[in-house]
Design a protein around this ligand. Structure first.
Ligand code: CAA
Ligand code: NAD
Length: 297
């Protein structure tokens, strides 16, 4: 339902990285901008023109889907796209009020980015990382403005999943945290709060579960089909765990778990199955590469 609530917090919003997650976050912010006057503009940034165009195409095809299902009119679709400024010029982000980063899950890359942004952006800009598994505190310190740094963890597919975990570190100011929680509600999602702990709430419970499913398969205890159908019909999950691992990306699943095994060797729930390593080494990354535990079109 489209309503009009005026903006309270962030006028100009920036999104960095328009991959699987970032394109959905940009679309979500732009939809709130177009329908609720929440933001004057949404700046969508990729460092490379090819990936920028790919991000724009992804947003377009998601919007087409919504229009075809009568969840949006063509004119609203135009309004949403018109709110987004697509750019490869980082200086377009320097006066943003709130920036959500969704680049690949690599701490060194993220720290480099935040260290530059900390120098380039106006003093008031708040930084928010969509990381699945990395330490928000470490990135916050690299930014040089840890009091203005939070985690905002969206779920895939962003356009459909209602939850966003909002993460605070010991440095995050309460004002920044409260504004971020309010923003999540304003863009139509349900915020939950969590401290900066590995995996926050959902991934701490979900990713070990995916690993146990992969281990069941690796030991030959059950087939891919039977593992997935069991969790769908026996536990009411919308997708079985191997299907979901393919959906998230097997490389992403591996990066998350390898990082935790290294950083938290005492945590028994953190294990890396051999077949997950082998699949990723072969380029079988799940849905995005056409093959994972399943074949994909
Ligand atoms: N844009 C617009 N619409 C979309 C869309 C997109 N990107 N993706 C799906 N949809 C729409 C579909 O068109 C469909 O619309 P209708 O209901 O109007 O038909 C609706 O969403 C449902 O999609 P489908 O009919 O294709 O399929 P489905 O009913 O099986 O639902 C699903 C798909 C919502 C993905 C569901 O299977 C599901 O909830 N799966 C689990 C997802 C999950 O657990 N995500 C979290 C992953 S973990 C994570 O994200 C955290 C991390 O850090 C790794
Ligand atoms: P992705 O590979 O689909 O997209 C990453 C994008 O970032 C790419 O388009 C790439 O071109 C771009 N990029 C890389 N380096 C960049 C840089 N320096 N500057 C600008 N753009 C850059 O990855 P994704 O799955 O969207 O994941 C993004 C983030 O979201 C990660 O931190 C991941 O852990 C997190 N996340 C992923 C999921 C999931 O299910 N895949 C769910 C929640 C959170």
């Amino acid at each position: 339902a489209f309503s009009s609530t005026p903006s309270l917090n962030f006028d100009k919003v920036g999104i960095i990285g328009l991959g699987l997650m970032g394109h959905g976050i940009a679309q979500t912010a732009a939809t709130a901008a177009a329908t609720k006057n929440l933001h004057s503009s949404v700046v969508a940034y990729e460092s490379d023109k090819i990936f920028l165009d790919k991000g724009r195409d992804r947003i377009q095809s998601s919007i087409d889907k919504l229009v075809k299902k009568d969840k949006m009119t063509w004119s609203q679709a135009d309004d949403v796209l018109n709110k987004i400024v697509f750019t490869t010029d980082r200086s377009a982000l320097s006066d943003a009020d709130f920036i959500v980063e969704a680049i690949i899950e690599n701490m060194d890359l993220k720290k480099n980015l935040y260290s530059s942004l900390g120098k380039e952006c106006k003093a008031g800009t708040i930084f928010a990382s969509n990381t699945s598994s990395l330490s928000i505190t470490e990135m916050a310190l690299a930014s040089g403005r840890p009091e203005k740094f939070v985690g905002v963890h969206f779920f895939n597919p962003v356009q459909i999943m209602k939850l966003v975990e909002v993460i605070r570190t010991e440095y995050t100011s309460m004002e920044v945290f409260d504004k971020t929680v309010a923003w999540v509600g304003d863009v139509g999602k349900v915020p939950v709060k969590c401290r900066d702990t590995p995996g926050f709430i959902v991934n701490r419970l979900l990713v070990p579960n995916l690993m146990q499913a992969i281990l069941l398969l690796e030991r030959g205890d059950a087939t891919t089909h039977d593992i997935d159908i069991s969790m769908q019909l026996g536990a009411g999950h919308p997708m079985g765990p191997l299907h979901l691992a393919d959906y998230v990306g097997l490389d992403t699943c591996l990066y998350i778990m390898e990082g935790w095994v290294k950083d938290f060797p005492g945590e028994g729930a953190f294990v890396v199955p051999e077949i997950l390593k082998q699949k990723v080494a072969r380029g079988e990354l799940g849905r995005k590469s056409g093959k994972g535990f399943y074949y994909w079109d």
